[in-house]
Every structure is written in C-alpha cells, then in structure tokens.
Design a protein around this ligand. Sequence first.
Ligand code: XMP
Length: 430
Amino acid sequence: MKQDMIVILDLGSTENTKVAREIRDLGVYSEIYPHDITADELKAMDNVKGIILNGGENRVVDGKAVEVCDCIYKIGLPMMSIDHPTAKCGLKFDEIPDKDQMKNFLFDTCGAEANWNMKNFIEDQVELIRRQVGDKKVLLALSGGVDSSVVAALLIKAIGKQLVCVHVNHGLMRKGESESVIEVFRNQLDANLIYVDASERFLSKLENVADPEAKRKIIGAEFIRVFEEEAGKLDGIEFLGQGTIYPDIIESGTKTAKIVKSHHNVGGLPENLQFGLVEPLKQLFKDEVRSCGIELGLPSNMVFRQPFPGPGLGVRCLGAITRDRLEAVRESDAILREEFANAGLDKKVWQYFTLIPDFKSVGVKNNERCFEFPVIIRAVNTVDAMTATIEQLDWDILIKVRDRILSEVKNVNRVLYDLSPKPCATIEWE
Ligand code: XMP
C-alpha cells in the first residue's frame, strides 16, 4: 500500500519543514524536494496527489534565480504556491494557509486520503524491508538511543532473527543503560543481540587524554574499530541498518536549503563497509519516530528519553577521564534523573545531567578537612539545541538533589548549578 503524498518544492523558504509537518498532522504524507526536480522524477512517484511551491520570488542560489521548470506546471497535478507571487498556478497564499484552507487543498482540490498514520507506516515498512533484505542478514549498531532502538524494533518485526544487533558498551554509558538495552531487546523482544563490554579498552585509550576534541576522536574511532571487529566475526551480513531520520536528510541540505550541518549518525558508523543500507525511519520527524516506537511496543522511558551525546559521560567527566570521577558523574547523574522523574520534571525539561570538572576544592566532612570534587548540575530547555535556556528549578528540588549527592556520592564535597544559557555557553561542557 502506498500512502498519498503532497510534494513541497523548496524555493528557498525556511518554513518547508513547518508546512510538511502541518500536512502530516492532517493525516496526509508530505515530503520536501529541491525546486529543480524534473517532471519525470515527479511522475515516477506514483502517489503524488498535489504540489506546493514554497518560497518567495527573487531567491538566488549560486548566482541563479530559483525557478520551477515549466514542465512541472504541465504535469496536471493540483498546485498551490506560498509566498511566490509569480507562480503560474491558480491557488496562491502570501503565508502558510490556515488549517481549513490547507484541508480544502488536500482533500477537495487534491483528493488526497488521510491515510498517513503509524500503523500504515509500519505495515508499509515491514513489507519494504522484507522485499529489500530477502533472506539476508542486517547488522545494526544499537546504542539504546531513540532512533537506533526504534529501527531495531521495526527490523525485529520485519525480519526477526535476521537482524543482528551489536551493543557496544564504551564504559561511558549512564547507570543502568546497557542493562536496559539487554533487558528490552534480548529478554523482551527476543532479538539477536551481541553485547560487547569494551569499557576497559576505551578507558585505557582515554587515559591521560585531556583535550575535548582528542577525547571525542578517540571514542569515535575506537567505536568504529570495535564495531568492525564484531562485524568481521559474522557471516553472511549484507545490510547495515541505520537510524537516519528525516531531519538528518533535510539538514544535510537540499540544493536550495542552506546546509546546517552535514549528516552524521551518532556513533559514527564505518563508511568503508561494503553493505547495503536499510534506513526505514528516513522519512520520519523525531516525534513520529517516537510514535512509531510506542506503536511497536517499546517502553516509553526508552522512546521519550532525553538526548545523550555519542561520547557519553566521556564529555561530562571533564579533562582527562579518571575512574573516581567517572563513577561520581554516573552516580550523581542517576540521582538527578531519579529525582527529576519523581518530581515529573523528566517530562518538562529537555535535557538534564551532571558533570564533574577536573579540580578539587577544600571542604569539611565529619569535622575533618577534605579535598574533593564539585558536581555541576545542568538543566536546559531548547527547541533545536542551537540555542538553549536554563530551567529555573525550584530550590526544593535542588536542595534534595544536593543532599543526596553529598551523602551518596564518593569524592564529592560541593554541588553547583550552571546558570549559563546557550550562547555563550554550549549545552555540554566539552
Ligand atoms: P552542545 O554542547 O553543542 O550540544 O550545545 C547540543 C546537543 O547535542 C548533544 N551532543 C551530541 N550528540 N553526539 C551526539 O549525538 C555528540 O558528539 C554530541 N555532542 C553534543 C548535546 O548533548 C546536546 O543535546
């Protein structure tokens, strides 16, 4: 079954994503394409019900005006333009049409069906994955993050044990994280899961490395090496599963849109591996990925978990990583997460964690001088992680977390709260 689609042609608007989202929210599938797509390419997609030209006139990219090929107008599909006065179509809007106007276009003018929902999406993808993979095997790096977890669940539904998941524990995971990956995927979903405890290997590579970029590079490169070694032990793998999602593709830039960042996948998978790619989430926005995960039966704490950087606690144990501070950051972070969940803040605050700098301060414990580390608490809100504000936490919760950290976490004698927004600070410290 193919779902009806509305194509948005990107004429340099910054609001393509917003338009696509609004159309999908009305139950019709929508994708964004570069403005210079040809009529033949559009005709080859046999589920297009209508076209939206999105973007103002006089847009110039690489010295050329952004214009739509005349052939597009001749396809005979219903068209609408937004903020494009010279467009040669009847239906024109100066700004994004309101809900009723959009509904009229989708359902009356284009005759589209509201058949975009997660059940249909999953059915379609299961079918497509089976067709692509046949009786071959797919390898997936399963970090336990939202995207890789949802891809894993979808692939398990489609091909069961033909999926081989590899979970690499780099020793920089949060408390209980690897255990929960094993519990959900091996025990509950009966997945073919290889668990690699590479903690010692990563930690010894990172010994005495203080520079943040050097740390990140070592973690990324070592991850690839471990993954390649595991892949080398397996026979008959022809495909690599990846948790690429729609924003990764949009942010890599269409011809018209500015490149925000080049597409990278968390964990940085090997580029030279000769596998076919299986990327079943590449059409989904983040919240749709979450709905897909829920529909597939993943636990909500896995599907709605806060973002966590690929290098993990490695960038929150500042400077050269030491085991005492790594342990302290893991324990204090677990306390913070537990208290946030108790207070319902886990559903309100975008990202919250602790970190430990690599200096000590003087304190007094049990009437004796001590010389120990501070723990810093960070709690921020953001839409796109490009800018962020701090959560204005109640003192009560801060005091509760402070008391628990000071009494339960070893080698710590102070607790601080980071008040800095992004910019000038970034969310992480390294
Ligand atoms: P910054 O510190 O740049 O972080 O303000 C923005 C967001 O990105 C996350 N982050 C990462 N995510 N791999 C990731 O997948 C990384 O290397 C990485 N570094 C930072 C950070 O946690 C925040 O949500």
